[in-house]
Every structure is written in structure tokens, then in C-alpha cells.
Design a binder for this molecule. Structure first.
Ligand code: SF4
Length: 458
């Protein structure tokens, strides 16, 4: 659905909302976090300043998600609570974007008529124009189904001064049955390598030290570009190009798809000095029956083959994964298969999700096979228990080792500690004395919990 009025896609030439404050609330994945940074950048270009809290905000943007557990309930619950916020001041503006907005379109305003702007995932850079539009003409929904543009050089305001997301690809060509992404974000489209390298260079000029390449399926990056007439992925070459960018300290990427991992990419991860020795390989389930139902495109055996190749190729690789517990039809035997793979794989961390049906996905129609909540909860707890023990063992391997730490921020709990990440992606806390944000330090690890490490400066 496209709005009837043809709208100018560039931000206003002159800041128009000086003195007003914005607040962005983000649900969901890294792609949404990065989109929120771009929204913040567009708002600041328009003259607004970031509010410290909702109460101080004149303009509120909710970036929604459809992937996480009970995402719909959370969204409409949040919008319900915001009715009061909106009614306290008639000048306040409430804007909703992201995957749920793309999926629900007018339904958002039907369920929450106090929302001023609903915008889809494909036209985010039009947000300021839509805000203007709503002020002049009243509430507006602009959700387009076709891909309008790739990530542009629209300004973005990053949460971290030294670590930044860099989108290399949008959309996805796969059709995992639990996932709404292909229908709300469209098919895979890769950005040109030169644009990516230019953006990385500009980021470094503004103080960034580490970039995380972002896409739904990064290791198939470039297939659509047909570089040199070939439809082979260009991801390994992209890593090599970025590794040569002066001033850049570290490169990460997420999320790759296990079926698309190529041996040459793993070799590049090991050999390129700036590419972190960390691989996120989303398993989702260890059962071949469930993997088939999920349409993941690999078996348990193939997954383990790729994982073992990563372990053999990359020195002291840190591995993480995603697991969905309680996918429709998952029996105790299927779940045991997942636990078997978890024990064998020895991941540093596992991101665990309880299955919950998402409207618009194939899995949503598998209601005959839905698993009882109590069963999902108890399987989830069992997985968590097992993985916590594995993570603790994995994290303890760092005690006494020397690592490179990029200091990113003050620790959430206390100002006497700062935190950042080492090469493998593990969070590290370090006393804040003599340490500044952006320092790339040699540290020694002295303590480990299953979730974080503590270090001292060498
Ligand atoms: S690979 Fe599967 S889970 Fe990932 S974005 Fe594509 S469809 Fe969704």
C-alpha cells in the first residue's frame, strides 16, 4: 500500500524542530537497532535532540518487531500504555515503524488510533516527511511492499561511539517457516562493495573502531550483484576489502546462514587480522524432522560438519547459536537431539527463544502441532541450565590469557567499571580508572562467570 500523495524523500533542508526532543524505543534484532540509529540521525538532522526519558519526549518512535516472543501482544500493550502519554500533551507525536508496522499496516491505527504515523521497513528514510505530513493533514500510514531503496547515506546516531552496525544487505531469499522477514523485508539485496567501504571509512573518521556487518544472511552477500558476471557470493572478498581499511580495528558480522558458509570465508576469518574469530551459526533445532519443518536447508549432520570446519579452521574460535524451543511438533526425542548438538558443539553462548506463533508465517498455521506452554517452559529451563554450565566452562578458558579489549561504555551497574568486548565477542568488565571509551587495550582476564569476564590492564 502506498500513500496517495507523492512525498519528497530527502530530509528537510533546514532544521525545523529545533528545541524539540525525540525518543526512540526499539524492539527486536540488530537490524532494528541499526534502523533506529538511522531514525535518530534523521531526527537530529531535523533539529531535534535526544530525550533522556519518555516524559521529556515530544516525538516518540517505536521500532517494532515480529520475531520475538509475544511480539504482537507487547506492541499493542505498549501502544495501549502510550495513549496516556499522548493525551497528556496534544503536541506530542507517536510514530510506529519496523516489521510489525510493515505486517499490520492500517491495523496499527485501527487498534491504536492515537498513533500519528505508521511507516514500513522499506521507506524509513521518509520518516521526517511523514511527520510533517501528519502535522499538516492528520495521521498517516505509509507502508510500501516493494523495496524502495537500499540503506542510504542518511545520517545515523549510534548508541555506541566506537562500535557501529554497517548494513551490507537487506531482505532474505530463504523461507524459514517461523520467520516473517522475507515477507516484510523482501528478497535479498546487497549494497555495492564501494558504498560499504566508503561508509566504513566515514565511520572511522567519526571515531568508530569496530564495525559489525549486518544482514539477514550475510554469507550470501553479493549474489545479486553479479560482480564480474558471477552470481557467486562476494562476502569473503568484502571482508578482505574491509580488512584493508586504515584505522579500522575490528570487523564482526551477523547473521550468517549455516547452509551458506563457504570454507574460504572461514579461512578468511582466521587469516584476516581485523576480522574477529567469532562465528554465530544459528542452529534453531537439532532434530532433522524439525529442521525440515522449519525449512532450514540443512540437517544436524551438515550443521555439525560446518561447525567442525569452523573449529578446525579458525584458531580458538568463539561460537554462538540460536535455538527455538518448542517448535510445532517437537517431541521429547526431538528436543533431546537439540541437547545432543548443544553438548557436542560447546557454544560460548546460546540465544534461546520459546516458540510462539507469528501471524503471517507458515508455522502459524501448524496449530495442530503446537506444544503446550508448560512443556516449552520446562524444555527451555533444561536447555538454559545445560548451556549455562557449558558457557561457564568456555568463559573460564580465558582466565590468565591476554586479550585485546575495545572499551565501549560504562558498566550498567557501576561507574567504577567500564565494559567492552574482546575478539571472541565476550563482554569484559574492567576498572574504569585509567580507561576511556574507545581504548583498544591489552588486558589480562582474571575472572569469569557464564556471561561475562573481568580483566585488568597489563
Ligand atoms: S534465513 Fe530464515 S530466519 Fe533468517 S531472515 Fe531468512 S527466513 Fe528469516
Amino acid at each position: 500500500m502506498k500513500a496517495a500523495i507523492e512525498l519528497n524523500k530527502t530530509p528537510r533542508a533546514k532544521p525545523s524542530r529545533s528545541g524539540l526532543n525525540y525518543f526512540v524505543k526499539t524492539f527486536g534484532c540488530q537490524m532494528n537497532e541499526h534502523d533506529s540509529e538511522r531514525i535518530a540521525g534523521l531526527f537530529e538532522y531535523d533539529g531535534m535532540l535526544k530525550a533522556n526519558s519518555l516524559e521529556q519526549a515530544d516525538v516518540l518512535f517505536i521500532n517494532t518487531c515480529t520475531i520475538r516472543e509475544n511480539a504482537d501482544d507487547k506492541l499493542y500493550g505498549t501502544l495501549g500504555q502510550l495513549k496516556k502519554w499522548k493525551s497528556e500533551n496534544s503536541n506530542r507525536k507517536l510514530l510506529v515503524g519496523g516489521c510489525a508496522a510493515q505486517k499490520d499496516k492500517e491495523l496499527v491505527r485501527e487498534r491504536a488510533p492515537w498513533v500519528d504515523v505508521v511507516i514500513g521497513t522499506h521507506n524509513l528514510t521518509n520518516i521526517v516527511n511523514l511527520l510533517n505530513q501528519s502535522e499538516d493533514w492528520g495521521p498517516i500510514t505509509e507502508v510500501i511492499d516493494e523495496i524502495e531503496s537500499l540503506p542510504t547515506d542518511a545520517p545515523s546516531i549510534r548508541e555506541s561511539e566506537v562500535s557501529a552496525w554497517l548494513t551490507i544487505q537487506i531482505g532474505c531469499n530463504n523461507s524459514c517457516t517461523f520467520c516473517i522477514v522475507p515477507s516484510v523485508r523482501g528478497p535479498e539485496i546487497s549494497r555495492r562493495p564501494s558504498d560499504i567501504v566508503n561508509e566504513a571509512t566515514a565511520m572511522i573518521d567519526s571515531g568508530v573502531k569496530e564495525i559489525t556487518l549486518l544482514g539477514q544472511n550475510v554469507n550470501s552477500y553479493g549474489r545479486d550483484l553479479k560482480i564480474n558476471g558471477s552470481s557467486k557470493p562476494y562476502f569473503t572478498e568484502l571482508l578482505t576489502e574491509l580488512n584493508n581499511v586504515e584505522g579500522l580495528k575490528r570487523i564482526r558480522f551477523t547473521s550468517p546462514h549455516p547452509k551458506d558458509f563457504k570454507p574460504e570465508t572461514l579461512i578468511a576469518v582466521n587469516d584476516l587480522d581485523k576480522v574477529a574469530n567469532q562465528i554465530h551459526m544459528p542452529l534453531q533445532s537439532g532434530s532433522n524432522k524439525i529442521l525440515r519443518k522449519m525449512q532450514r536447508g540443512y540437517t544436524q549432520e551438515k550443521f555439525l560438519e560446518k561447525l567442525n570446519l569452523a573449529k578446525d579452521t579458525i584458531e580458538d574460535v568463539s561460537l554462538t547459536t540460536d535455538i527455538i524451543v518448542g517448535f510445532p511438533g517437537e517431541t521429547d526425542v526431538d528436543f533431546e537431539e537439540t541437547l545432543k548438538v548443544i553438548k557436542e558443539s560447546q557454544f560460548d553462548a546460546v540465544y534461546m527463544f520459546k516458540f510462539s506463533p507469528r501471524p503471517g508465517t507458515t508455522a502459524n498455521t501448524m496449530d495442530d502441532d503446537f506444544i503446550e506452554k508448560e512443556v516449552i517452559d520446562s524444555r527451555f529451563m533444561k536447555l538454559k541450565e545445560i548451556q549455562t554450565e557449558i558457557s561457564h566452562v568456555r568463559y573460564k578458558r580465558f582466565i590468565g590469557t591476554d586479550q585485546k579489549l575495545l572499551v565501549e561504555k560504562y558498566s550498567k551497574k557501576t561507574n567504577t567499571f567500564m565494559s567492552g568486548k574482546i575478539d571472541g565477542g565476550q563482554t569484559v568488565h574492567i576498572p574504569s580508572q585509567d580507561v576511556s571509551i574507545g581504548d583498544f587495550l591489552d588486558v589480562r582476564i582474571i575472572e569469569a562467570t557464564p556471561f561475562a569476564l573481568t580483566a585488568e590492564i597489563i
